[in-house]
Design a protein around this ligand. Structure first.
Ligand SMILES: Cc1cc2nc3c(=O)[nH]c(=O)nc-3n(C[C@H](O)[C@H](O)[C@H](O)COP(=O)(O)OP(=O)(O)OC[C@H]3O[C@@H](n4cnc5c(N)ncnc54)[C@H](O)[C@@H]3O)c2cc1C
Length: 395
């Protein structure tokens, strides 16, 4: 038997964006329902032992008033913390965010919404047990996990021999095995380094040079800070403008916005990963994957190298640390009739200044909103701007 209930706002997602928004809605809105598994992307799709690339000060969730910052929580727990220069372990970040959820958003419903349909002046949400919920407004903050990208050449291989970096939390199962990691960004650096530390024989293969972040130096002079101001996305004027003026970004011409999102803050492992990778395992750069074939119990990978030569690797397993590609069509819980009505650009929803899509009452937050508000929205740091603005708009 199905049951139906009704709320004003349904928030889909209990990651940094969904939780921050819910914390801001909390005191003013009694009719809010938050769905999702708290921090599931971070707990279930990132490798144990990883550290965050974002600085300590840029890794807090957002809450009204004094907030509930990573710094304050770490201090209360007796854990080491620094605004910059001390990487935040993944485990610490997840524990912090879960404490945030327990304190500020205690009523998260862990069910994943199976479908969202638009019916007249409301949305109908169907849950896994078949029950339904009516919501006047829906905020989609479901993150990037459905957008995991695996290169075409690898897609025909069986899951026993190829996987995406987001498929792994515990890399120790590869101990003693030969693994190729494809990619040149944070996931690739983390995965290759942790595989090697865990006793696997890892090789990192990237189309482009691997550009590790620079380690933060000591205190910087005024002149240095003027030349490259600090920001929650790292030092530099572009990042500074992105963090401080997302609404100006929103007002820029569409083509400029898309170019900026595609180009700014490209793939790069954290500075602290360099020591686990450089000199510790083979790193092949300028290699472009051509074909991949299962031969016996191994995979043969063929590459075209930057000098035009052909290169080959035979490995036990390939991990595609090849990132995520936003694509609204991959959000299978949005009913096709609803998806069709959402105006898109580059496969992402076109959003107004309040995160609302072309379907009134349907909002999007997080990385899928980056083409509207800039690269800030790809990081937890963007949750503060988003939660404050969206909560005001919804109030
Ligand atoms: C390897 C890696 C390292 C990263 N490191 C950093 C970093 O150091 N700093 C940083 O700021 N960013 C980092 N990022 C980016 C990070 O993904 C985003 O900052 C962050 O996860 C965005 O939060 P979110 O709330 O949008 O989504 P997520 O954290 O992905 O949360 C999504 C939520 O949606 C829920 N959900 C999914 N489907 C449904 C459904 N159908 N119904 C209801 N709920 C649903 C999930 O259960 C989950 O609770 C990293 C990304 C990767 C891949």
């Amino acid at each position: 038997m199905t049951t139906t209930s009704a709320v004003d706002i349904a928030v889909l997602g209990a990651g940094p964006y969904g939780l921050s928004l819910a914390a801001h809605l909390g005191p003013t809105h009694r009719s809010v329902k938050v769905f999702g598994q708290t921090m599931s992307f971070w707990r279930d799709h990132m490798p144990k032992g990883m550290c965050l690339k974002s600085d300590g000060f840029a890794s807090s969730l957002s809450a009204p008033g004094e907030g509930f910052t990573l710094q304050a929580w770490s201090k209360a727990q007796g854990l080491p913390y620094a605004d910059m220069g001390l990487p935040v372990p993944l485990e610490t970040f997840c524990d912090y965010a879960e404490a945030f959820q327990r304190r500020l958003v205690p009523d998260v419903d862990p069910r994943l919404v199976r479908s969202v349909q638009h019916e007249g002046d409301h949305f109908a949400l169907t849950l896994p047990d078949g029950s339904t919920l009516q919501a006047r407004r829906v905020v989609v903050a479901t993150g990037i996990q459905p957008f995991a990208h695996v290169p075409e050449a690898l897609r025909a291989l069986p899951a026993s021999h190829v996987s995406h970096s987001s498929d792994h939390t515990d890399l120790s199962r590869f101990a003693g095995r030969h693994v190729a990691v494809l990619g040149g960004g944070a996931s690739a650096g983390d995965t290759a380094g942790l595989l090697q530390v865990g006793g696997a024989r890892a090789e990192l293969v990237s189309r482009h040079p691997v550009r590790f972040h620079n380690p933060p130096g000591g205190p910087r002079s005024l002149a240095q800070r003027v030349r490259k101001p600090d920001s929650g996305l790292g030092p530099g004027w572009k990042s500074f403008l992105c963090t401080h003026f997302p609404l100006i970004f929103h007002a820029m011409p569409e083509s400029l916005r898309l170019r900026a999102v595609a180009r700014h803050l490209g793939p790069a492992p954290g500075w602290f990963v360099r020591d686990q990778v450089v000199g510790k395992l083979p790193v092949h750069t300028g290699w472009q994957l051509r074909t991949a074939q299962l031969e016996g119990d191994q995979v043969t990978l063929d590459f075209l190298a930057g000098d035009g030569s052909r290169q080959q690797l035979r490995v036990d397993h390939v991990i595609a640390a090849t990132g995520y590609r936003n694509d609204l069509d991959q959000l299978g819980f949005l009913a096709p009739s609803l998806r069709e009505r959402i105006r898109t650009v580059a496969r992402t929803p076109v959003l107004d200044r309040n995160f609302q899509s072309s379907v009134p009452g349907l909002y999007f937050a997080g990385a899928i909103a980056a083409n509207s508000f800039g690269p800030l929205l790809r990081f937890a740091y963007g949750a503060d701007f988003t939660a404050r603005r969206l909560a005001r708009a919804l109030a």
